[in-house]
Design a protein around this ligand. Sequence first.
Ligand code: 6PG
Length: 466
Amino acid sequence: SKSEIGLVGLGTMGAALALNIAENGFDIAVMNRTNSVTRDFVANAGDLAPRLTATEDLQGLVDALATPRAVILMVPAGDVVDDHIERLRAIMDPDDLIIDAGNANFRDTIRRAEAARDSGNPYLGIGVSGGEDGARHGPSIMGGGDRAAWDRVSHILTAIAARHEGTPCATYMGPGGAGHFVKAVHNGIEYADMQMIAEIYGLLRDGRGADYGEIATLFERWNDGPLQSYLVEITAKVAAAEDPKTGKPLLSVIEDTAGQKGTGRWTAIEALHLAAPVPVIEAAVAARNMSAVKDARKAGEDRFGAGAGRFDVPGDETLERAMIAGKIACYTQGFDMLAKASEAFDWSLPLPEIAKVWRAGCIIRSAMLDDMAAALADAPGTSLMLSDSFAKRVEDSTPGLRDTVSKAIAAGHPVPALAAAVTYFDTMRSHRGTADMIQGQRDYFGWHGFARLDDDGRDHHGPWVE
Ligand code: 6PG
């Protein structure tokens, strides 16, 4: 009998997703460019093997599927996706569905969705988060594309998704690139969350001189409180890990240069396109970029000397508040950016549903997201930071952030993302800012005009010209 769904690309994520689909009772045909990978995959699938059909090429995959067909692509983002779409479209029926489940740039997804619509073919671009374990046992799924196409496969995507108290974390976000856009913002927040954690780690390690065990214990404790989250949980584990080769703390042997496949960077780039302020996410991307230029940092240290060694780092509770305040700032920025994109692209993104879909399965899952979903639902159009439940937390936690950042800066210890968070807060509570000067300068050198406080009309000018 024919399979209900097909999957191309048995890399780490594709293989895990295929097993998850099979385990949930769906027959799935799979294909990988290298046939031996496909054969080994099915041979090693144990109990799940009967639900898997190994196929040798795209034609074989298409032949193995019940009509109308649905094929998930789990291939590297970029040209490989376009190539597969082209080859599949040549051999599939017009109403067969292609689902790109990789980390595509949402602009590529918009283009592919438009091309599919022009030729009358259904298309979905879905963001899948949660790493290998998530893909295998329950990822968070952010769907985008044709609503009707989503409805055709949503029973499968819902079945394989993570659950938060019984509610599946698989949601249709909107047409075209909406799903991949939401996934990109997820990754931007992921970068920011990780960077702020790394900065707190740096304060503990270098400023306080704490050992790795103490650091692990502190994050473990935080994971029982308001900061409870997957990233804080794994931070404790990473800090506690020992290097099997040397017996030293694992972190002490890891090179301090961060990799990035680019999704967090895309968020910063798109935020600039949208003129959406996301300074904490931008700082996190910049911090990864600064980490990568290790030789330049060495030259800087040789020339200027390193900043602080030990200094008077605030206590654990203050650091915890700093993390809470930073987290609220970066999520506020992420959700405000989603709201702005929703308007710009005419997507009607469901912000509370986005917070809900991130509550389980994905990398940024955390206890706070449940409250965020409620806050966004209670006060649509209100920035998260200003919602009743979060404004109170901001008031309670911002002094801790300010104390932490100012002590670090005074000592010469870098905290780029936390500093961006406190500066964001201070900027966003200044009704009278300083852009009057920017406008004056723009008018002086370019006659660009400015609005006056005492008159609504535009295009006033200064007395520059004789
Ligand atoms: C997820 C992750 C994942 C991402 C990796 C690597 O949600 O499961 O965001 O999609 O690809 O975390 O990202 P970087 O290489 O950009 O750090």
